[in-house]
Unconditional design. Sequence first.
Length: 272
Amino acid sequence: MSKMDILKAPFLIEMVRTVTNMYNHGWDERNGGNVSLMLDGHEVEKYLEVEKVLRVIPTGFSEPSLDGKYFLVTGTGKYFKNVQYAPDVNLGIVRLKEDGSNAELLWGFTDGGQFTSEFPAHMMSHAQRLKVDPENRVVMHCHPANLLAMTFVHDLDERAFTRTLWQMCTECIVVFPDGVNVLPWMLCGTNEIGKATAEKMKTARLCIWAMHGVYGAGKDLDEAFGLVETAEKAAEIYMKIAHLPRINNMTDDNFHQLEKRFGVKAREGYLN
């Protein structure tokens, strides 16, 4: 039976739309940022001959829980602005093998490229989020300007950082009641920052990399994008008012009202 055109696959169309939107938001300058989407194997089989492996790419890590999993992922050195014009060059579909130590390329990276240098960090975060939420499918990394700016001028204590973001916009505690976690500056593209990020993913879907960017996770591309978008909007408001005397503020009583109204529960110990 002939395969369907993968360029018309809903998961590919949505990935192209998402990374294009991220670029248009100014979150992913040049080749900054990366996204990985875990795919259902049966869905992939509608579009690809999954036994036809184009090449094998070493991953540089091991994660047995992801063995056999399929991922659509952005490429190293690739510009998000170009994805919509050449998805087969800038994106790839891989299947993890040998406890995740190797990735079989099934589609994409037609110029000989490979997945993002942050691939180990993504996979470690996927593995951790799946333990917390079996429906998690997306890990997204980008460089939103206001969240970056905030890490230069705000205490990096996670509770303090979270509460400030919650106070900037009524919807924040509803969108990310689990808050945000924060890492100090670390060298990017290493297994060390991957492990540290995965550890943070145990308790929150957003992890700020100080002076660098943010990692977000979600059940789909919309959720992950919306998490980053909401936190970035809050950080933008903070950066606009941080130097001004604050006359009004959201209170913990307001937050408790929002918990009740929207059926969410703020992270334990983050409200008085």
